[in-house]
Design a protein around this ligand. Structure first.
Ligand code: GRF
Length: 211
């Protein structure tokens, strides 16, 4: 059975959606760079091993990245899922896990990389917003996109309302992509995404129905 590790920094709702999806693999560990976050308790409640590697205990990004890589490698995962993991990872780390490192980002990339995506989407006046799952490369939120889910932006939206609508789609999209990978149907070939046998749902774009 394939093994995966999830990295979190906080609430962990995407982690919960992954753990509760019945994925065809075993979650070997949930690792947080922050102690005492809600996601750690939620993982432990599901009987998943947890590990804290507090970035504040390291003098440099490289030292933190090295400790994190060691923490991950001890579980020998096939797949590493960043789920609300709020540290930028260095080039060395990203290269080490190339092709087995996925991230979920709350915007329709390449629009709005970085933080505060919902506020920036509202400020820009976009009519369509959403989330993206991508392979991680050294470019921040810039790796090859695997799948996206889109939501309409409505007139009455504020940051919180729009964020909730996007998050609901994140919780559907990320387990779906993780399942593709763990089923051996999704790979990164060079800088291209290869996905086998997903024609029935319209390629790898998922646009939910709107009332
Ligand atoms: C999600 O919106 C994720 O896309 C972003 O940070 C948020 C984390 O939420 N990177 P949670 O910790 O998964 O609840």
């Amino acid at each position: 059975m394939k093994r995966y590790v999830i990295l979190i920094s906080g609430r962990g709702s995407n982690m919960e959606s992954l753990l509760d999806a019945g994925l065809p693999g075993a979650c070997a560990a949930v690792i947080s760079n922050r102690p005492d976050v809600a996601g750690l308790a939620a993982a432990a409640a599901r009987g998943v091993a947890t590990l804290v590697i507090d970035h504040r205990g390291f003098a440099s990004r490289e030292e933190f990245d090295a400790a994190l890589a060691t923490g991950i490698e001890q579980h020998a995962p096939d797949l590493v899922l960043l789920a609300g993991f709020m540290r930028i990872l260095g080039d060395g780390f990203v290269r080490r896990f190339a092709g087995r490192l996925l991230n979920i980002h709350p915007s329709l990339l390449p629009a709005f990389p970085g933080v505060n995506t919902h506020a920036r989407a509202l400020a820009a006046g976009v009519k369509l917003h959403g989330c993206s799952v991508h392979f991680v490369t050294p470019a921040l939120d810039g790796g090859p996109i695997v799948a996206q889910a889109a939501v309409p932006v409505q007139v009455a939206d504020d940051e919180a309302i729009l964020g909730r609508r996007v998050l609901a789609e994140e919780h559907l999209l990320y387990p779906r992509v993780a399942r593709w990978f763990l089923d051996g149907r999704l790979r990164l070939v060079g800088d291209r995404v290869q996905l086998v046998g997903e024609k029935a749902v319209g390629g790898s774009l998922h646009v939910p129905q709107v009332d």
